[in-house]
Design a binder for this molecule. Sequence first.
Ligand code: SF4
Ligand code: SF4
Length: 271
Amino acid sequence: MATMITTDCISCGACEPECPNNAISQGDPIFVIDAKLCTECVGFHDYEACAAVCPVDCCVTDQNNIESEEVLIARAKQLHPETQFGDNFESRFRKGQGKAGAPANGGAAAAVANSDGAAATGQPAAAGVPVYAEAEVNFQELPPIDSWTVPMRCYKCNEPHVEPVTNFAIGNVIFCPHCHKSTVVRDNLNYHIRTLLKDAYDKWETEQAQFLARREQELAQLMEKRAKEAETFETHQKHELERIRQQLDVIGDNYDAPGKPLRKGNRFRWS
Ligand code: SF4
Ligand code: SF4
């Protein structure tokens, strides 16, 4: 269902800058939504942004224009080829499944989106929102350094055999278990084995420490980013609140028709 604007529109213009697809424009006499550009905010929000700011709740779902989430996200991708939406894109179809709730002002579409029929409260939904925990890293532990073994091949009988790494001390004599020929461990063989193991163990520890430090840093940056986002959004909401108040003031100021017959029905739902 694309979103549409009903004749209750008072042409305040609040919705136009909120649309991520530039689908809203001033029509004659009211604002209009281009259905070919509207994605119901799929890809950007889990609510219809125009409905969220409309002071008279006239951005509503168009029951005569049913569209699936697949169609809407495909349109969003077509309209914004430069944007990576990924699989977990924002969508009103998955509202309450880990997505933040709409900045509700009692907007009609926001109320419709509450599938459980509950009234919009203006607060992001808490129930059903999964709690994300940091993935635990199960580091592999290296075995004790003395527990390694080294495969050898006898230079005399050419048969293979395996020796504990502790047998490779300089000057130690290793006997072939097949032909009993002896081999003396020289300093270069001892050096190669010791160097290999020491470097491997050092690298292992360094990489683990660097990995942990990098994750800590990324987490700190993410928390800082989210704190800034929250601050920005709070400021945005304060501005929106002020704008709604100003718009209501304008409506009140312009209501100067004493004796004029009251319009049939009332656009305000609560009176
Ligand atoms: S529902 Fe979203 S995409 Fe559609 S007109 Fe409103 S703000 Fe634009
Ligand atoms: S916010 Fe609502 S009343 Fe204002 S222009 Fe948009 S549709 Fe019309």
